[in-house]
Design a protein around this ligand. Structure first.
Ligand SMILES: [Mg+2]
Length: 174
């Protein structure tokens, strides 16, 4: 059996949202990166936790999941974000670029329709801070149809914690 996918978001998961006072957790280090399409003299500041590399590598090394970036950073997650965390080059879901002003244009996460088609009938553990009740219903319905679907939803102001990956439901391969 192919291992389940482990889909990884970046914003709100690895890069926490700033608090109201504009600060980010003291656990995170500042980096300036230049996303594709921007000029080198117009870098973007991101905050990343050095703990996240080892945390994700512990999961990746089990070989029980297939990690794939699933983020509006798209390929930049592979080339810019992953290396800052010491992660190997991971594939990414080449998400569309819809003209939307909310991440839930139809009441559910904008990535979902594309991911649903991309997954086919594969099992998945999907880490994203932005699921709605409709996404959780989609996951339950998909699971009921035999395609294990586990949504992991960190607090976007805190980001990914060890406990989010500790349940490891994807290890239950019965
Ligand atoms: Mg996000």
């Amino acid at each position: 059996m192919r291992p389940p996918y482990l889909l990884l978001d970046v914003d709100g998961v690895l890069i926490p949202f700033p608090d109201a006072d504009g600060t980010s957790p003291a656990t995170h280090d500042r980096h300036d990166v230049v996303p594709t399409g921007l000029s080198a003299d117009d870098p973007v500041t991101v905050w990343l936790s050095p703990s996240h590399g080892p945390l994700l590598m512990d999961v990746i090394r089990t070989g029980l999941v297939t990690p794939v970036w699933c983020t509006s950073w798209r390929q930049d997650a592979t080339t810019l974000i992953g290396p800052l965390l010491g992660l190997p080059s991971l594939p990414y879901v080449d998400l569309p670029r819809p003209q939307i002003t909310t991440s839930h244009p139809n009441g559910y996460l904008w990535k979902r329709d594309h991911v649903d088609a991309w997954l086919g009938d594969k099992p998945v553990a999907w880490v994203d801070d932005d699921f709605t009740a409709l996404d959780h219903a989609w996951a339950a319905e998909r699971t009921a149809r035999g395609m294990a679907t586990f949504l992991v939803q960190p607090d976007p102001h805190i980001g990914l914690l060890a406990e989010h990956l500790a349940e490891k439901p994807y290890l239950n391969r019965t």
